[in-house]
Design a protein around this ligand. Sequence first.
Ligand code: FAD
Length: 483
Amino acid sequence: ASALVWLRRDLRCHDHAALYHALRRFERVYCVFVFDTDILDALLTRCDRRVEFIHASVCALDEDLRALAARSGAPGGGLIVRHGTAVQCIVQLARSLGVREVLANRDYEPAALARDRRVADGLAACGIAFSDYKDQVLLEQGEVLNQLGQPYSVFTPYKRTWLQKLDAFQTKPYPVERHAHHLAVPPAGERLPTLADLGFVATNLADLQLPVGSRGAQQLLQDFLPHMAAYKLARDFPGRKGVSYLSVHLRFGTVSIRQLASLAARQAAQGCEGAQTWLSELAWRDFYFMILWHHPHVVTQAFRPEYDRVQWDDAPEYWQAWCAARTGYPLVDAAMRQLLQTGYMHNRLRMVVASFLTKDLGIDWRRGERFFAQHLNDYDLAANNGGWQWAASTGCDAQPWFRIFNPVAQSQKFDPDGRFIRRYLPELACVPDKHLHFPASMKPLELQACGLRLGIDYPLPVVDHASARERTLMRFHFLGRGR
Ligand code: FAD
């Protein structure tokens, strides 16, 4: 009997739950990836770095599957690629291949769950089974519960239980290679579409030298390993190499979360604090997937309903200044330029710009969340929504609304020598360190000395932080402090 493995956000062929189960249970196993027009055509522009990343990773996966089959001495391997709606493509292909079952790794987003239900129904109507497996997360929604058997909404106790449950079994790799001789030869005439076939144009992905596919992920991991020990301290400084940059690979599954967790857990067990902190970040990732699963209303509403009574401002000028990296606050602007130019933004900066949008500019977190969704390479509904609601103080275990980031103090603390700011705001290169975090504080003679024309070369601040802070305290005041 044969089966079809449908790959989605799991673009690798090692340590892969659905692929392993299919190869173990079936004689012939086909693999397919669908460029889903419900996503590509409905939600994205024609020039999207993520589509190019996926396309390159899909091509790499095709080669990896062939190589995997060849190593096992089988004639098979290779990826079937389709372009259309998921329901049509998967049902048609499953029928034409005559498979008994379609297997996939589980998705947790409401839209993906609805899509999977439609596919499962379509397959069932043809007598074909659909099954899904845990792969994307370490511990799922039902696996980390409190003593009453309920999901957590506060991270620290969640993490405690998460760490207790995260044993060697949970991080053990799926030995796909053991059964790789069951990989089937794709039907004759199959060919991978080009980016242009999909209706997309190239982005600056190649210039960014962002490594793609599972080999790219392993390269980034190797780069990061020597830095893991220092992660606890270094991770907050965007100007230094302190973080892994693996998020885009976790997003598209070109790396296995189990591989990362087992590496970190081993070093953490030997007392490496950096590894302990990094493992906590992987716990945050699971935490937000779990929140999204149990509380799908967060997609459009505040986690805490009372926070939807906060009156946000429309403020089109502020909004445009934030989007265009022209707020007059250098750390905020440099962060937004990093996002616009590379599709990545450092975690500390995501917190700073999200706080700035919601607490300084008084703009609804949902607008910032959507902007990130358009621009982040690693955009992930669960983590992005969690991050925005945390920063806006509307989420579970969010920062209290009366604690408001000061964008200048954040800049002085986390980019003390201005290395990051100067990288993305070359127009401020000549500004002395002590003024770099807030050039608007310079006196006319100081401005003249460094040749900066405020309001021309670099914008004046769109708001005064102290007054904006007062307005935010008023805006949230009706909620009281007792949370
Ligand atoms: P590292 O510091 O090396 O961390 C390793 C991995 O842990 C990350 O790749 C990520 O998968 C996970 N992780 C780290 N921090 C968090 C966190 N706070 N929440 C959930 N997972 C985390 N992360 C996304 O993957 N996609 C998003 O769309 C996203 N949007 C965010 C929006 C806001 C407003 C905020 C504050 C955070 C957001 N994050 C998001 C979380 C975090 O900023 C990124 O995961 C991190 O910056 C990615 O860089 P890295 O891979 O170098 O991280």
